[in-house]
Design a protein around this ligand. Structure first.
Ligand SMILES: [Zn+2]
Length: 177
């Protein structure tokens, strides 16, 4: 697969302090993304700078910053239900040895909380897995057509999966006998 080098300092300069997720949600053409899922609460879209093929970001529509602190338990679990649903869709579409799920962000940029769903393909040596697979400025160079095709497959896989009622079970998993 072709790759390209991303200068994240330039990307940050172009952002000029704006929130890329809020700009995407507002439909700013400077921030085009391939959206794979949207509802009243959340959005999921392909990472514009994918270190791995099938790399999706999931975010709440509202601009919130603290990954746990800015959510009620129910709001948080609803988002995680979507992370699970999108993760399973990615695994159906892209060969995945291990699905990475993480939330990063910074007060100095990328403030809008989001979750990374990054599928590690099979056959990557151990020393290039985990954070080494993600912490890179070399990303896949996918054409718009290739991104469209990938987004459409993931979108279809999400649509094909039943939305499970939420909350599924808000009781403690292990109860005293
Ligand atoms: Zn935002």
């Amino acid at each position: 697969m072709r790759t390209r080098t991303v200068d994240f300092d330039t990307v940050r300069e172009q952002l000029a302090g704006r929130c890329f997720i809020c700009e995407l949600l507002a439909g700013n053409p400077e921030f085009p993304h391939h959206v794979v899922y949207e509802d009243d609460h959340a959005i999921a879209f392909l990472n514009r700078y994918p270190a791995l093929y099938g790399y999706v970001l999931v975010a709440p529509r509202e601009h919130r910053e603290e990954v746990t602190g800015d959510f009620t338990r129910a709001e948080y679990l609803r988002l995680q239900a979507l992370v699970h649903r999108v993760g399973e869709a990615i695994r159906r579409v892209v060969p995945t040895e291990r699905l990475y799920v993480l939330s990063l962000g910074s007060r100095q940029g990328n403030r809008h909380v989001h979750w990374h769903l990054a599928p590690l393909p099979p056959g990557i040596p151990f020393d290039r897995q985990q954070l080494a697979a993600l912490d890179t400025n070399v990303c896949l160079d996918l054409s718009d057509a290739e991104l469209n095709e990938l987004a459409s497959k993931i979108r279809d896989a999400i649509s094909a999966s039943a939305e499970e009622p939420y909350p599924i079970d808000d009781q403690p998993r292990f109860e005293e006998p």
